[in-house]
Structure formats: structure tokens, C-alpha cells
Design a binder for this molecule. Structure first.
Ligand SMILES: [Fe+2]
Ligand SMILES: [Fe+2]
Length: 273
């Protein structure tokens, strides 16, 4: 049972990124928000799940963020104790610091999809222990607690996936439900206002309504207690149903670029000289 009320946490949060913020805690299992290194509209969240001796970073971040994230981890445990990274897709703001974490501890496991893993090698390290979420959609902690990986094709990468922590019910959603926001809050209060901030990201990045609806349908049996995206604010339980409806009804990407059926293509401008 979580001892943290996320709605209350959002109301009292002062914006302090000098220390990790506890989001979930029970006897054996804790989850932290490690803060954001940059004050910008496009803030990148990094999370840490600790279960017994295992410590997994979700969305570790870019190389420029590494020292910041490492400092936050050090306030909780030695960085060498990090056992795995969950990398929901290969974008540099999610994944690039994996090479720094592998330097810190070469035994760190990289938990990701096959399509993501192929591209991760281009950051400069390929000799690591790869946990394939497509073949192993369940991750079992030594305690017996579980993570479930839910594939999210084309939201926005073909090999993108989300991670549901069974213990907390938290869904680490990567770029899904991400928002762009100068008046950022840790936890969403007003969902209607927040929709506009999610639109700024989703309309351009997410592939189509078919992809969005397909994902919503694939997680219909997952009991989500909160949504923790890689950008923007956390959605507490009271907003989860509305967040699912938002995605179900989302028109984005190809729906907007090619609204007609069959699509009317705009000819590419070709120089005449
Ligand atoms: Fe991305
Ligand atoms: Fe992202």
C-alpha cells in the first residue's frame, strides 16, 4: 500500500529538483522521481524503481543529464548499485546516457525492445546484457514482484513500449501522455488544461488514431494507478480514465497530414534550374 498521496504531493511540491522525490513506498518497493536537469518546456523525467537489492532507472536520459541523474541517485544509493535501465525507445533524450551508466557498471542490464536495441548500439556500446521485452514481457524481481512491458507500436517509434509496475500500479509511459509546458507542475491538477499541453506533443509525434486506439485496447486489463511520462507532468489515478479517453479519441500524425481517403499528396517542390 502506497504511503504517498500523489495529488497531495502535487499540491505541496515546491519545484525543488535538488533531491529525489518519493512517489511510492511500501516495505520493500520504492519509486522516485529523480527530477529534471533543465528548466525548459520540454522537461525530461527520470524515475528510479528500487526493489530489494535491485535498482532500475526508467528513461535514464541524455548524456548531458547524466551527472545530474547520477547525483540524484547518489542521494539514495551508490550509482554502481544500479542493476538495469529501462529504455522505452532509442531517442537521445531517453537513451544516450546508457553509455555512461555502462561505464559506471558494465553489468547493468539494458531492458528494451529488439527494434530499439539495434539502434542503441550506435551510442557506442554494444557489449551489454540485453533483456528483450518482446520475448520476455514480464520482468520478475528477486522478491517475486513484477514489471509488465506493454508494446506501443508507432507511439511514436515502431518498437516503443511502456512499463507497468504491478506493485504500485504505475505505468511508465515514455512519450505517451507526454506534455510540453512552460507552467510545469509535477502532478496534473486540471486535466482539461493539460490536454492542450499534451496536444503540443502528440499531434506531431504520434503516428495515428489507429496506433493510439490499439494501444488503449491492449492495456484495457491493466490496473493503472498513475501515469508517469518521460516529459511533463504525472497523471494521478483520478485522471487515468480521462487520459485513456484522450488517447482513444486522439487524431494525430497521419490523421492530420493525410486527412483524405485516398490521401491527397502535396507535390514536393523540385528546383527548375
Ligand atoms: Fe521520443
Ligand atoms: Fe521523449
Amino acid at each position: 500500500m502506497n504511503t504517498i498521496d500523489l495529488v497531495e504531493l502535487g499540491r505541496t511540491f515546491t519545484g525543488n529538483c535538488d533531491k529525489p522525490t518519493l512517489l511510492y513506498q511500501d516495505d520493500q518497493h520504492t519509486i522516485y522521481w529523480l527530477g529534471v536537469p533543465e528548466i525548459s518546456a520540454f522537461r525530461c523525467n527520470t524515475y528510479l524503481i528500487i526493489d530489494g537489492k535491485e535498482a532500475i532507472i526508467v528513461d535514464p536520459g541524455g548524456r548531458g543529464a547524466f551527472e545530474f541523474v547520477k547525483m540524484r541517485v547518489t542521494q539514495i544509493l551508490a550509482p554502481e548499485k544500479i542493476t538495469a535501465l529501462i529504455v522505452c525507445h532509442q531517442d537521445p533524450d531517453v537513451a544516450a546516457s546508457m553509455v555512461d551508466w555502462l561505464t559506471t557498471n558494465p553489468a547493468i542490464k539494458i531492458i528494451t525492445s529488439v527494434r530499439t536495441n539495434i539502434l542503441l548500439h550506435h551510442y557506442g556500446k554494444s557489449n551489454y546484457s540485453f533483456v528483450n521485452i518482446n520475448e520476455n514481457p514480464l520482468y520478475l524481481f528477486e522478491s517475486g514482484k513484477k514489471l509488465r512491458f506493454c508494446e506501443a507500436p508507432f507511439l511514436h517509434f515502431p518498437g516503443a513500449f511502456t512499463t507497468w509496475d504491478e506493485t504500485s500500479g504505475f505505468l511508465f509511459s515514455g512519450d505517451i501522455w507526454a506534455s510540453i509546458d512552460l507552467e510545469w507542475r509535477l502532478v496534473v491538477e486540471d486535466f482539461v488544461r493539460h490536454e492542450m499541453k499534451m496536444n503540443l506533443f502528440h499531434l506531431d509525434y504520434m503516428a495515428s488514431n489507429i496506433a493510439a486506439k490499439g494501444f488503449v485496447s491492449s492495456i484495457r486489463n491493466v490496473a493503472v494507478n498513475a501515469i508517469l511520462p518521460q516529459h511533463g507532468s504525472i497523471l494521478p489515478k483520478k485522471h487515468v480514465v480521462k487520459a485513456l479517453e484522450y488517447l482513444q479519441n486522439l487524431k494525430c500524425g497521419l490523421d492530420l497530414i493525410y486527412p483524405a481517403d485516398p490521401p491527397s499528396y502535396i507535390p514536393c517542390q523540385v528546383g527548375r534550374n
